[in-house]
Design a binder for this molecule. Structure first.
Ligand SMILES: C[S@@+](CC[C@H](N)C(=O)[O-])C[C@H]1O[C@@H](n2cnc3c(N)ncnc32)[C@H](O)[C@@H]1O
Length: 331
């Protein structure tokens, strides 16, 4: 089988107008697993790497991110829009992908799609097992002759060369509510080094205090729905330059403003739970809405069904540490 042709055939489906992309993405994953030929079900591939700013997930979990189908398709679409925009402005492009997993799955479709253009890819991955699997996959696909730099480093510390600043930076190193993984530290490190016109993908991630309630849809059918009350944290170039992001030079610690949300009695009348809601703008109109992906599933915080007579005050602050998260205190 000509693997390049097969990769092109499978991934070109992502750019067609078809009603459902699930079978194309499943086919893509099966193809990558068979090409890489790694037995990534082996126990060592399950191990996460613990760092001071959060975890980097194990190789198998990173490969499985592909199964989050709408996420995978929308990221690829968003990156395509960004590449098309940039390629018309410049003769050559540099794309940095921080946290590739074993397949660089969000970028791989473009290496052949834009083979006639002058694009350099920098593939950055911290996990040595994912990194080895990645190099192996690229080699087996016969893509190693393209302009690809492989870097086995920590993206929270990586230094971008001044003479070769990326035009597009992609990183999907997150879970819902920006729990546990290192997305915020990675973007902070890369955003402070990037040019003002560098596109970051995702372009914006927001966390909001929300509530969930049940609504009777049809007789005997209860439908859970979520209501967003107050945006309390944002990751974007604009947010990084705002007063909500505070870098402490003495401790070299990145801190974030504490937010207070007051939920009035009227707002709570039907609410059953307090949740954290995550929304992601991948790029321009490509957005991941609530519950479209595991990344935007609301995170349960507290049952408030017995507590509707008083307004609630909720304090929240994003905190980076070995387990990054939005810390929440309901007063
Ligand atoms: C959620 S997976 C995503 C895999 C793939 N990019 C995708 O979207 O399907 C995140 C990947 O980023 C890597 N990673 C996490 N923290 C990192 C860091 N600080 N530097 C470089 N890579 C990191 C993990 O090892 C993992 O392979």
């Amino acid at each position: 089988m000509n693997l390049k042709k097969e990769l092109l055939r499978i991934t070109s489906q992502f750019f067609e107008e078809i009603p459902d992309y699930s079978s194309a993405i499943n086919e893509y994953k099966q193809f990558l697993l068979s090409v890489s030929n790694e037995d990534i079900n082996n126990e060592v591939y399950l191990n996460n790497i613990q760092r001071k700013n959060g975890i980097a997930i194990g190789t198998l979990w990173a490969a499985n991110c592909l199964d989050d189908l709408i996420r995978t398709h929308k990221f690829i679409k968003g990156i395509d829009i960004a590449i098309q925009e940039k390629i018309h402005q410049k003769g050559s492009l540099h794309i940095l992908y921080a946290g590739t997993g074993p397949f660089a799955s969000l970028i791989l479709p473009f290496i052949l799609k834009y083979a006639d253009f002058n694009i350099t890819y920098t593939l950055l991955e911290i996990n040595p097992l994912s990194f080895e699997a990645l190099k192996n996959t690229i080699k087996k696909l016969g893509l190693e002759t393209h302009a690809i730099n492989f870097i086995n480093e920590d993206a929270t510390k990586y230094n971008i060369s001044k003479s070769f600043s990326p035009d597009i930076i992609v990183s999907e190193t997150m879970q819902r509510a920006l729990d546990s993984e290192q997305q915020v530290s990675i973007f902070y490190n890369l955003m402070k080094q990037a040019n003002s016109d560098t596109i970051f993908i995702p372009e914006k991630i927001t966390l909001s205090i929300g509530s969930s309630a049940y609504e009777i849809q049809k007789p005997d059918t209860l439908q859970k729905y979520h209501r967003k009350h107050h945006k309390v944290f944002e990751v974007s170039k604009e947010a990084m330059n705002s007063e909500n992001w505070l870098f402490d030079k003495t401790t070299t610690q990145l801190n974030f403003a504490k937010k207070q949300t007051i939920l009035k009695i009227e707002e709570l009348s039907r609410a059953k739970e307090i949740v954290v809601m995550t929304e992601i703008t991948i790029y321009k109109n490509e957005k991941l809405l609530i519950n479209e992906s595991g990344l935007t599933a609301p995170k349960y915080i507290e049952d408030i069904s017995n507590n509707k007579k008083e307004p609630l005050t909720i304090e929240s602050q994003y905190v980076i540490g070995s387990e990054p998260k939005l810390e929440i205190k309901i007063i």
